[in-house]
Design a protein around this ligand. Structure first.
Ligand code: 5RP
Length: 222
């Protein structure tokens, strides 16, 4: 769904990649379009010496196959390129639909710029569509889930606990009437929680594929 819009967003974002740059590499189908284009530009010699910090094992495999130098080191990441599951007018994001939220947040936090590529279906005036992904330690995880539910949401283990993150943890998807960004801190305080898929104030640009063109939204830092 929205493949064309995803491709359009990725092909606009890639214009910011120059030779000899170190970038963060997100996870998901939109990032895959970005990686495919990057692979083409490396292959035809347009771009040289690209170093990438991958946010998942899957992305690492793809990037390596395209001749991107892999580094697991957070120094001097110029731009992190990633997708999102939902975004609002302030550039707040819900992420983790692909289960890579922990590494995605580490890389985004440590990057000078965070460029998010999305199709228009991901926009919401108030975050409420996509269930909030929360990564939890596999120990007393049912108690952790109950504690998150005390905030008023309805939670379920992704794929009945069959989905295991790259870090060996479970993902709980939490449906709230409205995902207030203040839940980030509240949920992180619950023992057993590793990370929450709310990315507040992290995006610096959003590339929004819409009606066959790309809107580039610059986010003002608060
Ligand atoms: C993975 C993510 C992805 O960026 C998010 O799920 C968007 O994916 P897609 O580009 O496939 O719609 O957060 O953990």
């Amino acid at each position: 769904m929205f493949e064309t819009e995803k491709k359009i967003a990725a092909s606009e974002a890639i214009k910011y990649v120059k030779s000899n740059i170190k970038i963060g590499l997100g996870t998901g189908s939109t990032t895959k379009f970005f990686l495919d284009s990057l692979g083409e530009l490396i292959k035809d010699g347009t771009l040289k010496n690209i170093t990438g910090v991958p946010t998942s094992k899957k992305t690492e495999e793809i990037a390596e196959s395209y001749g991107i130098k892999i580094e697991n080191n957070l120094d001097n990441i110029e731009i992190d390129f990633d997708g999102a599951d939902e975004y609002d007018i302030y550039g707040n994001l819900i992420k983790g639909g692909g289960g890579a939220l922990v590494r995605e947040k580490i890389v985004a936090y440590n990057s000078k710029n965070v460029y998010i590529m999305v199709d228009e279906s991901k926009f919401s005036e108030k975050l409420h569509n996509f269930p909030l992904p929360v990564e939890v330690i596999p120990f007393m995880e049912d108690i952790t889930k109950n504690n998150i539910e005390k905030l008023g949401g309805k939670c379920s283990f992704r794929n009945n606990k069959k989905f295991i993150s790259d870090n060996g943890n479970y993902i709980i998807d939490c449906k709230f009437d409205y995902t207030d960004v203040a839940y980030e801190e509240k949920i992180k305080m619950i023992p057993g929680v590793v990370e929450v898929g709310i990315f507040k104030n992290m995006a610096t640009k959003i590339f929004e594929g819409k009606n066959n063109k790309c809107n580039v939204i610059n986010i003002k830092k608060s």
